[in-house]
Design a protein around this ligand. Structure first.
Ligand code: ISL
Length: 544
């Protein structure tokens, strides 16, 4: 049995801006989080992943950091943070921070000094000369923008690289001083007692070359920076020089990672990362790029899940984060199945082999935002996509259709705590429109229902924690149909079978299971069928 605490932990992601506002300014804050620690404890959360709370001009909601050792004033103070850490600890909850080290904010003092001509700090960033009046290369940008922005005196024809917003200049990982600065920052937080880091776009930090890339629909140039040898080396270094000295873990956000790369990145003998977030399953309902969604086909999702369960020893099991539209809106049809469907998805996350990551609001089945137009969307990515689509001649109603479905703000709407005005999130004007369905979908109401999603979440979480088979058992797919999925987990001879019906119709039970139902999101039917969106976990005695 594993002794690594992160293998038997349930992680809950907090997006601080949208979690709980304690002072009525419409923005969530640290004191708001402190006020909800008992709620998180009651859910059975072991680790909180805190999206960035550092000082930031907020061009990308905190993922543009201007001071890695200070707290964003609208979120509170360092004293508030310290209190959060100790109050969480008192409840047995650890906290991991978001480590954003591919880029800083352009308002970080390093970049400010670089712009003022300080050579030392110029070398902290990727600054290149243009070529014959043209940009340094043909690369693309994650936010549908140009990745090069003029730097300093136009006479010099210099540009800095930003793979995200122009207010997020990429750091130069060729420079050992950058490495030392980051180690220092990591130690600062680890010494305070944080339990590790979720490492933002960590597999793109080291660019092999700045040559032109092979032309792609988006992100031309990616072959020059995805999981490069240089990146592997840096990660092994950070592990050796820093992480290994603490009881802490890292989970890398690894964009476009494939199985081989994921295996290398978290191979225990290479000692780089502990876990990675892969995205292939999050791409199951898109065509080419994430802004083009297609009809969700459950079998595609199952296939990818099986592939990753078989291919990687330890997965992160998640369906949501602050960049993804809500899972129940994506994967469950029809409003009337929202609750049972949300429970099924939670059942799936907890039945798989790996560490479960739950995003705030998922435990009450929050749905995509209810935005009427782009004016109600804050996310920089959505606005850039609109501009890009416009420049391609795509007409407005179509652009809005794409953005409305895919915008990251779908996941960022304020947490729905109660049915009062402001949804119990704020007493002021919220920074982003609250979904009007808060009157029905909220924590208070769900908690009061013994059959609520939270009640199921708690049961499922407890089931996982108390079962070595669910925690550490092997995975074997038993059935994969168009809508029905079944797999087995086995440990020391104990076998558990999880069965799922991803549809609004009754479906034949695909396998005969002799055993008893341990947990389910509905009452089992007696005619050998699965109910719509049924999830049942059986303890198997014998199967035919
Ligand atoms: O949303 C995505 C995956 O479907 C990506 O395009 C996403 O932008 C990418 O995964 C990087 O995300 C991370 O870094 C960004 C920040 O905006 C995101 O919020 C963060 O999760 C830049 O720091």
């Amino acid at each position: 049995m594993s002794t690594k605490f992160w293998k038997n932990s349930t992680v809950y992601q907090i997006y601080p801006r949208s979690f709980c506002d304690s002072d009525g300014d419409g923005v969530g804050d640290i004191r708001g989080i402190i006020s909800k620690l008992d709620y998180l404890k009651d859910l059975g959360v072991d680790v909180i992943w805190l999206s960035p709370v550092y000082k930031s001009p907020n061009d990308d909601n905190g993922y543009d950091i201007s001071d890695y050792k200070d707290i964003q004033p609208e979120f509170g103070t360092m004293a508030d943070f310290d209190e959060l850490l100790s109050e969480a600890k008192a409840r047995g909850i650890r906290i991991i921070m978001d480590l954003v080290i591919n880029h800083t904010s352009d308002e970080h003092e390093w970049f400010v000094k670089a712009k003022a001509g300080d050579e030392k700090y110029k070398n902290y960033y990727i600054i290149k000369k243009g070529k014959d009046g043209k940009l340094p290369n043909n690369w693309g940008n994650f936010f549908a923008d140009c990745p090069w922005e003029p730097f300093g005196d136009p006479k010099n024809e210099e540009y800095y690289l930003h793979l995200f917003s122009k207010k997020q200049p990429d750091l130069n990982w060729y420079n050992p001083e950058v490495y030392d600065e980051i180690v220092d920052i990591m130690r600062f937080w680890l010494d305070k007692g944080v339990a590790g880091f979720r490492c933002d776009v960590i597999n793109i930090i080291y660019k092999n070359t700045f040559a032109d890339g092979k032309k792609q629909l988006v992100l031309t140039g990616q072959e020059h920076y995805l999981s490069t040898d240089g990146c592997h080396k840096i990660l092994a270094g950070l592990r050796r020089d820093c992480m290994d000295k603490y009881d802490a873990f890292t989970v890398g956000e690894t964009v476009f990672v494939d199985l081989k790369e994921a295996r290398d990145l978290c191979d225990e003998s290479r000692r780089e990362l502990d876990m990675v977030f892969a995205f292939e399953h999050m791409e199951c309902d898109q065509i080419g790029v994430k802004w083009f969604k297609t009809k969700f086909k459950p079998s595609k999702l199952m296939k990818i899940i099986t592939k990753w369960q078989n291919g990687l020893d330890w997965n992160t099991c998640y369906f949501e984060n602050h960049d993804q539209p809500r899972s129940v809106t994506r994967f469950v049809e029809g409003g009337e199945y929202r609750a049972v469907g949300s429970k099924m998805l939670i059942g799936l996350i907890f039945s798989l082999r790996g560490t479960p990551f739950i995003y705030q609001g998922q435990e009450i089945g929050m749905t995509n935002g209810a935005f009427n137009s782009l004016d109600e969307i804050v996310d920089i990515e959505s606005h850039n996509v609109d501009k890009m689509a416009k420049s391609l001649g795509i007409i407005q109603p179509f652009r809005w259709k794409l953005i409305n479905k895919t915008s990251r703000d779908n996941a960022r709407t304020p947490m729905q705590w109660t049915s009062e005005e402001g949804a119990g999130f704020t007493s002021g004007a919220p920074w982003l429109k609250i979904n009007p369905n808060y009157k029905d979908i909220n924590v208070e109401r769900d908690l009061a229902d013994p059959d609520g999603i939270i009640a199921f979440f708690k049961k499922m979480n407890a089931q996982k924690k108390s079962s070595d088979t669910l925690l550490y058992g092997s995975f074997r797919e038993l059935y994969q149909g168009k809508y029905v999925y079944a797999f087995e987990r086995e440990y020391n001879g104990e076998k558990l079978v999880a069965v799922f019906n991803f549809s609004t119709k009754k479906r034949e039970m695909p396998i005969k299971i002799q055993g008893r139902a341990l947990i389910s999101n509905c009452e089992q039917s007696t005619d050998g069928t699965l109910r719509p969106y049924e999830f049942t976990l059986f303890a198997k005695e014998e199967s035919v």
